[in-house]
Design a protein around this ligand. Structure first.
Ligand code: O7M
Length: 245
């Protein structure tokens, strides 16, 4: 059965109650909580240090996003290990043909990922396959990237990719904190779907501007995991955006 766009619980019963929920089409789906609006991008490549940081900030973030740097240094079992302390979003930025997309998404979800990030530019067939392969887990599609190069190609097609993502039943989108006006543009298409916004701190974006522009969550990496006291930086960021989350 094809998934329809989600109806999220944080719009229905309040953010802190968002856990496992309903899809409009009657399908059950996981829904990431939104207590702080903060997602840690754990790109720390020292696995021991990464686990220590995860434990220290897990109660201050709604999820931990991991990417190739940590997976390549620690191995894919790190997905399962981290899932014991937090929701884990696997930012594999999957960009492939539908069959390969399916294999990758299933591999991440079976190890404990509650969300997987894929590129949208691969087209509707690949995106639909990701949503189907994810089962109860959430698929987030990249529309526009936060770095300067993201303006060259992704920005030009971001709205089209967001429209396609809505049709395919993704849980949400990745849109750049470095360009809050672009978050607004994606929000106008995304409706109630989630927007996760990277580019805060080290890349120059502001958490408050991103959330004010319509992001539901900010994704923050080096500013937190590179700090002497990651938990205290995470708390400060959460305090900054709390009135708007
Ligand atoms: O806060 P940083 O700059 O240290 O880390 C940002 C994280 O977000 C890092 O893991 C990037 O790979 C990721 N990211 C971007 O920085 N820009 C994007 O456009 C997209 C992502 C991302 O998370 O994509 C899903």
């Amino acid at each position: 059965m094809e998934a329809e766009p989600y109806s999220y619980a944080f719009n229905v019963i309040g953010s802190d109650m968002c856990d496992v929920l309903i899809n409009v089409g009657g399908l059950k789906h996981y829904c990431m909580k939104r207590d702080t609006g903060l997602i840690l991008a754990l790109d720390e490549t020292d696995a021991v240090k990464a686990m220590r940081i995860a434990a220290a900030v897990s109660d201050k973030v709604d999820a931990i996003k991991i990417n190739w740097p940590l997976i390549l240094s620690a191995g894919p079992d790190v997905i399962t290990q981290l899932s014991e302390v937090s929701d884990v979003i696997c930012d594999l930025k999957v960009a492939d043909i539908p069959n390969t997309v399916r294999l990758i998404v299933e591999g991440a979800v079976s190890r404990g990922a509650s969300g997987v990030i894929v590129h949208a530019f691969t087209g509707e067939d690949s995106l639909r396959e990701a949503v189907s392969a994810a089962g109860d887990a959430e698929i987030f599609a990249v529309t526009e990237m936060s770095h300067p190069g993201g303006g060259t190609f992704t920005a030009k097609h971001a709205e089209e990719m967001a429209e396609m993502g809505v049709r395919c039943g993704v849980a949400g989108f990745i849109a750049p904190a470095t360009r809050p006006d672009r978050i607004r543009a994606i929000r106008s298409i995304a409706g109630d779907l989630k927007i996760l916004s990277p580019g805060v701190g080290a890349q120059g974006g502001s958490a408050l501007s991103a959330i004010s522009a319509g992001a539901d969550y900010v994704i923050v990496g080096r500013t937190i995991y590179g700090a002497d006291d990651p938990a205290s930086v995470a708390s400060s960021l959460a305090d900054e955006i709390r009135p708007f989350v």
